[in-house]
Design a protein around this ligand. Structure first.
Ligand SMILES: *Cc1c(COP(=O)(O)O)cnc(C)c1O
Length: 647
């Protein structure tokens, strides 16, 4: 349409969900935090950031100058925001005195104390630091007398943040409207259903979210002394205990920041256990071919060798192949990683037997708990054969994760693996002394968002959690049954039922009509829905997970949209619309696409107001579709050519 568009190429968009293509185990990451940091730069711009940095450095210099004037030795002559002072034999005493003054200093060792400033540092805090060291200082006088200490050679001289976005939104009103404009382009859970299978996109209740903004949770430093964090520690302990009860494990660590990190931590625990038993050779990790890509990537990171187990025709693990692989690798078998219910959306009947076979061969069983929304209150992985699992608090336990995190991926283990959970060198209370070391920078990972899950569990209670699971499973089966006459459901378990998600198979329709899974996913946007998960775990299919959060009206709205799309596919198949020019191929349709000439085989109304879409409540997508993966594989750089840089 002649508009400027940006492409996020596959090479830069980290790829993890497909096992054979995984380039790392990172799935849920820290995108939301990166966006917040980006918006900080948008609001302050280069001048603002420079001013903040100068003030931060100035405070560090002035406090250091005050200490030096008072006879305290400063260890280094050049620094930015962090200063270390030498106080032979007095470090603990100084740190203690500062604490009495309301300032946390860092105890480096018996002879050294270090402090760091930022844009929130105040005069009163400077006074508190000096007082703790037993010196006196005057901010004003020292500021006037102290030379610049930043080494000139290290100072940046070029421009930065030159893009207009870092200069346009400097009033609070302008910033607010900018954020609102971006949010309006988004399709989020506050507009409608996001039925992404395996992602469990459920309600993030306002009541659960609110405490995150309270300074009692949000303003605490991860290394604040434990006695200042008693409330947090209580919340952490209670959540660990409740998660242990829900999963049937003996011990839970909240340190991992994502499910994938929980996998990594869990596999390290398995390795630690085998090593302690003298089983250094046990490094083989069996993974079913349907597994989420993070499983295999985490296994490789933990130093294991991945051996893939086949999937049978009904979507379950091929029990014969599993038996053969166990036999073949009997002496090196470390662990079997399974997802339960499986990523095919079914409760595998043989799970207890499968776990027993692995145990008989001396292996451990890792149950990927990302699908716990189908189990909470009904079954416990720690009881049906699992030795270790991760959970995704940002799936089952209500932490929002649209846009990529942050998450919490607690790892739960049976008691024999507990000595090998993560710990932290700077916080003994964060894990067992015998642990494998930290897997996150902070002792309790993304502790700031734990109040969300704590509140959810507390508000729901045992009965409520169980009921949520039952409703989630019921809703998935309702969708499967309503759509079955129109789209075949790929896998079902005993009794023709699915678990908490269902896979619908578009491949026969694609073969008959040329309408692809992409066309259907894009067309759903015109109907006011976020697409389900596409082509995972089976190419050419859609995986739908409604969760318990969607009421019957929203489930019906979704089913009716899918059924209407089925009728559109019919028309393409019958030749009423050409294969290359129909509402499916043209989807999604933007408001901009309606203006001007219209030379399509279907009407504007058919494009943007298909059956059931109200003009008043219409979600208008901001961009149309551009050449899909073709563009990812055929990158054309729009930046200046290399020879433009020659001089
Ligand atoms: C989401 C998911 C993961 C990865 O969890 P993250 O928290 O995104 O790292 C692993 N396995 C399955 C089955 C999942 O659905």
């Amino acid at each position: 349409d002649g508009n400027k568009a940006y492409r996020l190429a596959l090479q830069t968009r980290e790829q993890h969900i497909r096992r054979e293509k995984a380039t790392s185990n990172i799935c849920t990451a820290q995108v939301l935090l990166a966006v917040m940091a980006g918006m900080y730069a948008v609001y302050h711009g280069p001048e603002g950031l420079r001013a903040i940095a100068r003030r931060t450095h100035r405070y560090a210099s002035v406090i250091a100058a005050g200490l030096a004037t008072g006879g305290v030795e400063i260890v280094h002559g050049a620094y930015f925001d962090t200063v270390t002072a030498r106080v032979p034999g007095r470090a603990a005493e100084v740190v203690h005195a500062a604490r009495e003054n309301g300032v946390n200093l860092r105890l480096v060792d018996a002879d050294h104390v270090s402090f760091a400033c930022d844009e929130t540092t105040t005069r009163a805090q400077a006074g508190g630091v000096w007082n703790a060291f037993g010196v006196e200082g005057d901010v004003e006088a020292l500021d006037a007398a102290t030379e610049e200490t930043l080494p000139g050679a290290l100072l940046r001289s070029d421009d930065f943040l030159t893009h207009p976005v870092f200069h346009q939104y400097r009033s609070e009103t302008a910033m607010l409207r900018y954020l609102r404009r971006l949010a309006d382009r988004d399709y989020a859970l506050d507009r409608g259903m996001i039925p992404l299978g395996s992602c469990t996109m459920k309600l993030n209740a306002t009541t659960e979210m609110e405490p995150v903004t309270w300074p009692e949770f949000g303003a605490l430093h991860p290394f604040a002394p434990a006695e200042q964090a008693q409330g947090y520690l209580t919340l952490i302990r209670e959540l660990e205990e409740r998660l242990a009860e829900v999963t049937g494990y003996d011990k839970v660590s909240l340190q991992p920041n994502a499910g994938s990190q929980g996998e990594f931590a869990g596999l390290l625990a398995v390795r630690g256990y085998h090593r302690a038993n003298g089983d250094d050779r046990r490094t083989v990790c069996l993974i079913p071919s349907s597994a989420h890509g993070t499983n295999a990537a985490s296994a490789v990171m933990a130093g294991m060798k991945v051996v893939v187990v086949k999937t049978a025709g009904d979507g379950e693990i091929d029990v014969e192949d599993l038996r053969a692989k166990i036999e073949q690798h009997r002496d090196e078998l470390a662990v079997l990683m399974i997802t339960y219910p499986s990523t095919h959306g079914v409760f595998e009947e043989h799970v207890a037997d499968i776990c027993a076979q692995v145990h008989d061969a001396g292996g451990q069983v890792y149950v990927d708990g990302a699908n716990l929304n189908a189990l909470v209150g009904l079954a416990k992985p720690g009881r049906f054969g699992g030795d270790v699992s991760h959970l995704n608090l940002h799936k089952t336990f209500c932490i929002p994760h649209g846009g990529g995190g942050p998450g919490v991926g607690p790892v739960g283990v049976r008691s024999h693996l507990a000595p090998y959970l993560p710990n932290h060198p700077l916080q003994p209370a964060a894990g067992p002394q015998t642990g494998v070391g930290p897997i996150s920078a902070a002792p309790w990972g993304s502790a700031g968002i734990l109040p969300i899950s704590w509140s959810y569990v507390r508000l729901m209670g045992g009965e409520g959690l169980k009921r949520a699971t039952q409703v989630a499973v019921l809703s998935a089966n309702y969708i499967a049954k309503r759509l079955e006459p129109h789209f075949p459901v790929l896998y079902t378990g005993p009794g023709g039922l699915v678990a908490h998600e269902c896979i619908i198979d578009l491949r026969p329709l694609t073969k008959a009509t040329g309408v692809s899974v992409d066309d259907v996913a894009k067309r759903l946007i015109d109907y006011g829905f976020h697409a389900p998960t596409m082509s995972f775990p089976v190419a050419g299919t859609l995986m739908i997970e409604p969760t318990e959060s969607e009421d019957l009206a929203e489930l019906d709205r979704f089913c009716e949209a899918m059924i209407a799309i089925r009728a559109e596919i019919e028309k393409v198949g019958a030749g009423d619309w050409p294969a290359e020019d129909n509402p499916l191929r043209g989807a999604p349709h933007t408001a901009g696409a309606l203006a001007g000439a219209w030379d399509h085989a279907y009407t504007r109304e058919e494009a943007v107001f298909p059956a059931g879409v109200s003009a008043a409540d219409k979600y208008w997508p901001p961009v149309r579709r551009i050449d899909q993966a073709y563009g990812d594989r055929n990158l054309v750089c729009s930046c200046p050519p290399l020879d433009a840089y020659e001089d």
